[in-house]
Design a protein. Sequence first.
Length: 507
Amino acid sequence: MSDHAIRKIAVIGGGTAGWMTAAALSKTLRADQVEIVLVESEQIGTVGVGEATIPPILTFNAMLGIDERDFMRATRATFKLGIEFRDWTAPGDRYLHPFGTYGLDIEAIKFHQVWLKVRDQVGPIEDFNLTAMAARLGRFALPDPDPAKVLSSLKYAFHFDAGLYARYLRAYAEARGVIRIEGKVVDVVLRGADGFIAAVTLDDSRRIEADLFVDCSGFRALLIGQALGGTYLDWSRWLPNDRAVALPCDTGGGGLTPYTRATADKAGWRWRIPLQHRTGNGYVYSSAHLGDEAALTALTAGLDGTARGEPNFLRFQAGRRDRAWIKNCVAIGLSSGFLEPLESTSIHLIQAGITKLLALFPDRGFDPLEIDEYNRLTAQQVELVRDFIILHYKATARADTAYWNDLRTMEVPDSLARKIDLFARRGRLFQSDYDLFSETSWIAVLLGQGIMPRGHDPLVDSLPEAALVERLRRLSGLIGQTAKALPDHAAFIARYCAADRAAKVPA
């Protein structure tokens, strides 16, 4: 190894962010060359309510070499095909934001543009997405590896118990040499010469030194915020929700649906996440419009089954750090910022932070250019996610409460306003390379929230309309037949990854 190589890494904080980071580092770096320690305290709880994911989690697990069945058994996981949104455009409305794609492009013309022209003759756009149709029917099967098969277009992610996932990754990381240190950080020691972090001091006076520190201390941001003074950029003018209450319950009449549900309420929204052993529930809301007790009452009234345990109240502020990497400290997870879990991005943003850290892994020189690039890429991606979430609140016809009226009439970032206006005219949609959400996702939410383009791509008019209608009807029929032939989701879970079977952590 080079004399400048990183020799020791300290991950400060456990939970999902800490153990995902430790697991990825232990898989990538050689234990005989780089020592990895993780400091956490059992006295400090973790948020642990991020239980829904998006498809890139499959890439992360595959990178670790995790067997999907064992992982799902250990975390009591179910499959997720998308998110069902209820009451967002108006009370009684619902739509799906599915994974996968809509139809197939025709002669280099986007499928949704063709659909826009003939939509009154062929049915809703969801009929052209296998993942959406499977979700509606409560069915699931693994995608077919043959790209010629309709089943190859199905995409999925997971619902899982976040606490069990952290425990699973802890066993994985410790098996690869990561050293867990029990203790509470009470001081961060900075070097006098350059202000870099030299060490953290624990409540029993132990001193943990390292070359690189990863701040996974959650909302407290002990290193990146308190010690290094990273500024927090407040986005509450667009995303005013600043409270959440979580309360799991027994699995009840709602069933083991293969999708997350997000139901709009008077001053926020409620989530429902079905796991094998329980259902996760929560209410994300604005304290300026709703009190804690009223939120808990509304949440409890909507549970599928008997509540388990006590409600967990959380406080937060939407936004991000101006820099996620300062000197020799990288913030990953809640310490780097927070966006509410409406589109299940929390775990993915942890994954994205880890991926960029590995791609720009430093030596002890900590090249400022590479640090700036990490911060630039992180800011760009988080801001694109921010815009996508804001879209759900801005594009609504609801005016039944002060909360919804405030959001419907708010000014939004210019980047989002342009995207909405362009789509509203002729369905035009252009993606950034760093946009986490695909064209399918933007189309699903734009249409689902009531933004129907006034026109379509003029190139579609060069195609014979009768032939297009016939082609699309055949396609939706084929997709519908394929979806109906899939196994029931609960039955597939029971056969594929039932939690009562022993789970193994990869050696």
